[in-house]
Design a binder for this molecule. Structure first.
Ligand code: GRF
Length: 217
């Protein structure tokens, strides 16, 4: 039985696309059971329909409050038999009640090396700060924004001439590797949360570090 993933999106859906491509491989241990967008015009819906996935649009502004919107999300996700909910560019904050209902079954992808640079306009802030590396993080969701046990991270260098769009593109390429990897690890039962930290079964310790700027001797 493959892990049934529900993907929540609001826009472009390039991470959804990466997951669609991973799921197309016969040995990938997860499948997309449902894609929900809160935005009817989301490009990700077009991608999902192109891959013959079941899609639903649940527009947040048609609900009285966050709670009733989230109840509608949960009803649809549970009806589709979803085991894991993946936030892939879903631009709504979720209440503690939704997060606790899906505890350790709800993941998010964020375009920075958390816990640094939570929130929006990440790449602008990364460049302004002068850090040498950025990257992306896939993590279990907790009630605080962009917080929770980290499953996978990937680092990319920040180059001196980078504009936010350059860094965003470099980080996005690594997002497209990390999201399918994290879901594979969960589906294979290799991800355990202990004391709110993820322990991965079957990893080895890396021997090398990353240094940026590189190329000096
Ligand atoms: C990604 O950068 C993701 O990290 C962030 O929102 C963006 C979504 O991009 N949470 P896409 O819709 O998957 O292309």
């Amino acid at each position: 039985m493959k892990l049934r993933v529900g993907v929540l999106i609001s826009g472009r859906g390039s991470n959804l696309q990466a997951l669609i491509e991973a799921c197309a491989k016969p040995d990938y241990p997860a499948e997309i059971a449902l894609v929900i967008s809160n935005e009817p015009e989301a490009m990700g819906l077009v991608r999902a329909q192109g891959a013959d996935l079941t899609t639903e649009t649940i527009e947040h502004h048609l609900f009285e409050d966050r709670r009733t919107f989230e109840d509608a999300l949960t009803i649809s996700l549970e009806k589709a038999g979803v085991d894991l909910v993946c936030l892939a560019g879903f631009m709504r904050l979720l209440t503690a009640s939704f997060v606790s209902h899906w505890e350790n079954r709800l993941i998010n992808i964020h375009p920075s090396l958390l816990p640094a640079f939570k929130g929006l306009d990440v790449h602008e802030r990364v460049i302004a700060s002068g850090v040498r590396f950025s990257g992306c993080t896939v993590h279990f969701v907790r009630a605080d924004m962009d917080a929770g046990p980290i499953i996978v991270q990937s680092a990319v260098p920040v180059h001196p001439a980078d504009e936010p769009k350059d860094l965003a593109a470099r980080v996005l390429t690594s997002e497209h590797e990390c999201l399918p990897l994290a879901i594979r690890m969960i589906a294979e039962g290799r991800v355990r949360v202990e004391n709110d930290v993820v322990r991965v079964v079957g990893t080895t310790s890396p021997v090398n570090g990353l240094i940026n700027p590189s190329g000096f001797s």
